[in-house]
Ligand binder design. Structure first.
Ligand SMILES: [Zn+2]
Length: 94
């Protein structure tokens, strides 16, 4: 959960204001829902509609496994979408 205050390369601040990342919880929730629905559809069509416990177990394990990734991507989406950060290709090669 800890983040540096700013990017060591381009000095972009990572927290524009206190509590900035509360909104990222909603983005992360959306990502989790997408994972849940994706796995649900895959199980339904590829595993021929298995019993309920297979859905619950598979979705729970998958969501837990990707939560650290979703957490970081949700913060990145928040920072770029709401926080005013912008991509600068000059920093790509460093
Ligand atoms: Zn940077």
């Amino acid at each position: 959960m800890e983040m540096p205050e700013a990017c060591p390369v381009c000095h972009q601040t990572y927290e524009p204001e206190p509590g900035f990342y509360y909104g990222a919880m909603y983005i992360s929730s959306g990502f989790s829902t997408a994972v849940l629905l994706g796995i649900g559809f895959l199980l339904y069509y590829l595993a021929n509609d298995p019993p309920l416990w297979v859905y619950v177990t598979t979705v729970a394990v998958a969501v837990l496994a990707v939560t650290p990734l979703l957490f970081r991507y949700a913060r990145a989406v928040m920072l770029y979408g709401v926080g005013g950060a912008s991509f600068d290709p000059r920093y790509l090669s460093r």
